[in-house]
Design a protein around this ligand. Structure first.
Ligand code: CO
Length: 134
């Protein structure tokens, strides 16, 4: 069921500083910052070839990563995203096994324009997990 690692998302207090650190210090290929108002985040994509790092900054009031940054002021790993071929089937199987899907339980359109859902960290060993249909 589980496919490739799609991305690791890192919440950062200052997206410009984080993007520059990846671009200049690490020599990575980074995108321009992209606003995702429906998700309350601004994202910089770091292209690693086989996967991405997504640097997440706060966008607007009530951003979902505000509380995370309050607990982790220096930033921190926010979630990992795995690819699945059939998101509805993956959700049903996970829910049957006791996993919890965040929000309404219905898939949403994620940062890449593809259907996604998030699994509660409590059943995923303390890690927020995003599943993306590809
Ligand atoms: Co993500």
């Amino acid at each position: 069921m589980l496919g490739r690692l799609n991305h690791v998302a890192i919440a950062v207090p200052d997206l410009g500083i984080a993007a520059a650190r990846y671009a200049e210090t690490l020599g990575a290929t980074v995108s321009e910052a992209v606003d995702l108002p429906e998700h309350g985040v601004q994202v910089v994509f770091v292209d690693l070839g086989n996967a991405k790092v997504e640097l997440l900054g706060v966008l607007g009031e009530g951003s979902p990563i505000e509380a995370f940054l309050a607990r982790h002021p220096a930033g921190g790993m926010h979630h990992v995203c795995y690819e699945v071929a059939d998101l509805a089937a993956a959700r049903d199987r996970l829910v049957r096994s006791g996993a919890r899907v965040l929000g309404s339980g219905e898939q949403k359109i994620g940062a890449h324009g593809k259907p996604v859902l998030f699994l509660h960290p409590a059943e995923m060993f303390g890690t927020l997990v995003e599943l993306e249909e590809v």
